[in-house]
Design a protein around this ligand. Structure first.
Ligand code: IVH
Length: 670
């Protein structure tokens, strides 16, 4: 390659990687595997190393992993957001105490707080009004998620107490209560969406959602643990927090002042089990020096304050008997071993089952039937087996064996080279896989067929009424009414919703088919390059890989899907039912080119469409959506609760605000 070719390649790689970052972190719809992504990064890093003249600070190879996204405006933290040193033992806690007393040369008083497990937030107030809400980001800069934070009920928008300083920062942890987490996941399961692994992931995922209405519906709370600023009301951390509580910030009742390290240990012992009964997850205790003067004397290391430390509770374990191992076939054909245990009480709940992940895990544990096993609740929902008590192993006990055939359909299982999971290759006829595909097909982002939950699909399947997605279009209300918990009205609604689904645009039908590796975005790309399903069906792998974003894996999967006669038959029947199998992606809703040449920023909460739908509408009408306001912005589509920072910026640049109603008139929807 000559120099200009190298530069072109580097720029192309950067653009591609940025695009994949956006798909992964923001849209949550990656189109390539992690491995393929790493190949791109490696190629870029190698070129940048070999040709340092083309290196650049904002290359994706140089930016560290952080929660920063490009959808939010970023700002510098006035005070960096550091982490805390961790300890798991009382000896290390004694060392910490000795250090602080030695460095200050005085007795030290501590404040103990529970360490809440959520997403940290740093909120700035100016003249008592919230102006910024930054995530931790990379510790130096954070994403401003203020529009989302405004929807959290116990975060004050305004503090009108006369004692508040002109500017101050409140830091705290945004949490999702355990019961909210549980019902959110139940709801997501019904809708066929991915589950959140734990309340912490759910809270931080929610905080980065681009639709404040979604955040508002998730019932997040915030526990404040830090008041920062130049002029603080008290010279102790405790005093300041109590003052903040008076101003209206939620400060946990569990906070205590301890006269010495022995009292700190009592606090830790007290909460070790009691924390299970709290409505939120906690993973330890934070111990802070109370006096601000002593805090300043102690200062910081590069990464954390010397005046605070986190004592982490060890994950609780229980010892119980392994009764048997069963194997579950998931909706994608993956086979997961599950341990059935003698019920045992662990960290607030009774545990009867534990995940064993895969065959390697069983092998590593050297698990035998009827072993006594240690179970632990980690960050995940399902407890796991972490060890075997060999001293209680029965003589001649049998090692647990991984099954060789699918427990649902009897097909020999397959394990691909280099992969940990076994799966059932009987894609077309294995019952959970069929049901999984039907659930995907009816999903909100696919055919959006309402009223048919997982249970009804199970029933329809077990009665032999549906065997594939095309069968849905042959159903009638008389067949549904006799099903359990089904009335005439709901049966009628389901049939109507099925009929209505024939109007779903072609690109969503492509997504709904459930072709492996064809997610929403790939489906859109395919629909715009292959305007009818017949074009797609007749294309070869090399035609497909010509399309940007379609790699060999996706191409092979598409060709494989259409090479199966049963799939061809399903397509034929969908066509007969009137399902849309042609039309360019996104063109269905075009009502003209009324937004041609316009760059539009969306801000606030809307009632007629979601933010994502507005983005699509803008594109469908020839406009361009942008996330930040600049001189190029034509107008702002302004919903309710538009952030003041955006409002100010718009006023500063003289950019007009257009209401939802006005906007719908422009595009001719009203
Ligand atoms: S104080 C400089 N107090 O734990 C001290 N942090 O690594 C800053 N956390 O990400 C933290 N509960 O989000 C503090 N009561 C508490 C906390 C707490 C949870 C989180 C915090 C930070 C991490 C510390």
């Amino acid at each position: 390659m000559n120099n200009s070719e190298v530069r072109e390649r580097i720029e192309k790689l950067r653009r591609e990687i940025e695009d994949h970052n956006r798909r992964y972190y923001i849209l949550n719809q990656p189109v390539i595997s992690d491995f393929e992504y790493d190949l791109l990064i490696n190629e870029l890093a190698t070129l940048e190393k070999k040709y340092p003249e083309f290196a650049s600070d904002d290359s994706p190879t140089r930016r560290v992993g952080s929660d920063l996204t490009r959808e939010f405006r970023q700002y510098e933290h006035k005070y960096p957001m550091l982490s805390l040193g961790n300890t798991y033992s009382f000896e290390e806690l004694d060392d910490f105490d000795q250090r602080t007393r030695k460095l200050t040369g005085e007795p030290v008083e501590y404040v103990c707080e529970l360490k809440f497990d959520g997403a940290s937030i740093s909120i700035t107030y100016n003249k008592g009004v919230i102006t910024r809400a930054l995530t931790r980001g990379d510790g130096t800069r954070g994403d401003d998620v203020i529009d989302n934070v405004r929807t959290i009920k116990d975060i004050p928008e305004k503090v009108s107490n006369p004692s508040v300083p002109d500017e101050f920062i409140m830091r705290g942890e945004i949490l999702m209560p355990r019961d909210v987490f549980k019902s959110l996941n139940e709801q997501r399961e019904k809708e066929g969406l991915n589950l959140f692994a734990n309340p912490r992931n759910a809270a931080s995922g929610t905080l980065k959602t681009l639709d404040p209405a979604v955040v508002a519906s998730r019932k997040l709370v915030c526990m404040f643990y830090f008041l920062l600023g130049e002029y603080l009301p008290y010279d102790t951390h405790y005093g300041n927090l109590m003052k903040a509580a008076e101003w209206g910030f939620t400060v946990a009742d569990s906070i205590r002042v301890c006269k010495n390290i022995e009292e700190v240990k009592e606090y830790i012992d007290f909460w070790e089990h009691k924390r299970d009964s709290l409505p939120y997850d906690t993973d330890g205790v934070v111990i802070k020096v109370n006096s601000i003067a002593q805090q300043q004397e102690l200062g910081f290391t590069a990464k954390s304050p010397r005046w605070a430390i986190a004592y982490k509770y060890k994950a609780e374990q229980a010892l119980t008997r392994l009764n048997s191992v069963s194997f579950q076939v998931g909706r994608t054909g993956n086979v997961t071993p599950v341990a059935n245990l003698e019920p045992v009480f662990l960290a607030g709940t009774t545990v009867k089952r534990a995940s064993l992940h895969n065959a390697d895990q069983i092998f590593l544990l050297d698990l035998h039937l009827h072993d006594m096993v240690y179970v632990e609740k980690g960050g995940e929902i399902i407890p796991k087996i972490v060890g075997v008590e060999l001293s209680s192993r029965e003589e001649k006990s049998e090692p647990v064996k991984f099954i060789e055939t699918c427990p649902e359909c009897g097909t020999p299982l397959v394990r691909n080279e280099g992969e940990a999971n076994h799966f059932c290759p009987n894609y077309l006829h294995c019952p959970p896989q069929i049901k999984g595909r039907i659930e995907h097909f009816i999903g909100r982002k696919a055919m959006n067929i309402e009223g048919l939950g997982e249970e009804t699909i199970d029933l329809l399947f077990s009665r032999g009424l549906i065997r594939n997605i095309a069968d849905l279009y042959d159903l009638n209300a008389e067949q549904l009414v006799p099903l359990e918990r089904m009335g005439e009205k709901s049966a009628g609604n389901i049939i109507r919703s099925i009929r209505d689904s024939v109007n779903v645009p072609y690109h969503r039908v492509l997504f709904a088919l459930g072709i492996r590796h064809v997610g929403e975005t790939v489906a859109k790309t395919l629909a715009s390059r292959f305007p009818s399903i017949d074009d797609l069906m007749s294309s070869k792998e090399e035609d497909l890989t010509m399309v940007r974003e379609i790699g060999p894996k996706i191409a092979a999967s598409i060709v494989n899907y259409f090479s199966d006669n049963e799939n061809i038959d399903i397509i034929r029947r969908l066509r007969e039912a009137g399902v849309r199998l042609s039309g360019e992606a996104g063109k269905e809703k075009t009502t003209g080119n009324s937004l041609e040449g316009k760059t539009i920023v969306i801000s606030g909460v809307f009632s007629r469409h979601s933010r994502d739908e507005y983005k699509e509408i803008i594109e469908n009408n020839g406009g361009k959506n942008s996330s930040s306001i600049s001189g190029n912005t034509s107008f702002i589509l302004a919903g309710d609760n538009m952030g003041p920072s955006k409002r100010e910026k718009a006023a500063e640049l003289g950019i007009p605000l257009v209401s939802e109603e006005e906007f719908l008139k422009i595009i001719g929807e009203d």
